[in-house]
Design a binder for this molecule. Sequence first.
Ligand code: UGA
Length: 450
Amino acid sequence: MMKITVFGAGYVGLVSAVCLAKIGHAVHCVDVNESRITALIAGECPIYEAQLPELLTEQQQLQKLTFDTHWLSDADIYLIAVGTPGLDDGNPDLSQVFALAEHIAEKAEQDCVVIIKSTVPTGTGDRVEKRMIQRLQQLDKALQIAVVSNPEFLREGRAVADFLQADRIIAGGTPTALETVKQMYQPLIDKGTPFLMMDRCSAELSKYAANAMLACKISFINQISQLAEHTGADIESVRQAIGSDSRIGGQFLQAGVGYGGSCFPKDVRALAKSAQQYGLDTSLLESIEAVNTIQKNWIVKKLLQHYSGKLYGLTIALWGLAFKPETDDLREASSLVIMNALLEAGATLRVYDPVAMPAAKKLFSLAQAIVWCDNAQEVFCDELAALAIVTEWSEFKQFPLSILREGLSQNAIVIDGRNCFDLSAVQAIGLPVYYSVGRPLIMEQAANVS
Ligand code: UGA
């Protein structure tokens, strides 16, 4: 059992703290946000994340996990999981990481390892280590503090499973420090998780490269989907065809209304930014984002085309607001772009999301033209012009098409931004007009190819 202090009780910090306790360590999780810590001490899980509330309670009851706004200085490992939000210029804000590093150097009482789990540009670990050494020297402290980069690969909604059954763990640093980190993960390594050791810069770059690669796959399939739409090809068949090549792989090739969330947009921009600082070409990275911006507007574009540019006074329903299913997170969600554009065009919105409604109501508290609905069916009304599907929650994918058909007013169209329904089922039920991403247009009279 190791003593670990985790800094940051956000998505990454909290999941790491709970999971590290689960695999046998004594974990002290620290955050400056008092209300969050008070809630956690009371056993309340402040984020919507599968398995997390149960594990949190379990580990608190076993007294392996504690929360505080103050930290103890006797840990074997300090794990930094504070936010690195994107600044306006595209660079991440590293101020919290640097402040903590100095603080650890001031307070640590014994040799220790500092793990940087926050996503930071390549070379940040070197800068952090330099600052810590300087601070130790100023204070005349003869301690050894080693800095290790150990990026996270946790998906929101599946973060606990991604931590406990990871594809791989990546750690970069000196051989001695890496041995300590390996010991921390030993219970997972014993179960077969590969532990990849490397130098610190490579570990830092791997995190950005992984997210940029995944974002690239999404933008790639979205760009191909535009061609599919214009030629009559079906992007789902194309996805299957290319995804079954083991060199390509089928995951993250789902065409849709673009990627959102707190990671891909920020990380693709930050990677481009850091390459620009070396005077390097970043055209591919910039294109990933440019394609994504186009794709986020796909639903609005279809509406404008269908209604000849006139959306003023139309009632449009939205199913799904979160940037993906199983989360209430709205950061960089396509729904925000769509809602803002439609409101600006003078449409009235009827919206529903299984969990992201409270967050959305806060963001759009001043908007008059939004009707917040309590369930998926409530979005239907006599004057409905269109139903747009923005997030592929399973309750939408499993929504009976017969009820959808009945709920739609006579000329209401469906614009499915996540390809939730099978085309032959849509055709069989006879929706008036059904647009989906990269697939043929379906119309009630006959199966027409756009
Ligand atoms: C992403 C990565 O998947 C994690 O490995 C990484 O650790 C995390 O960022 C991070 O850097 O912390 P996350 O942002 O939670 O995780 O969400 P994803 O499941 O990757 O989805 C991101 C976006 O891509 C969503 O908007 C989703 O709808 C979209 N997406 C995903 C597609 O449009 N098509 C796909 O085929 C897959």
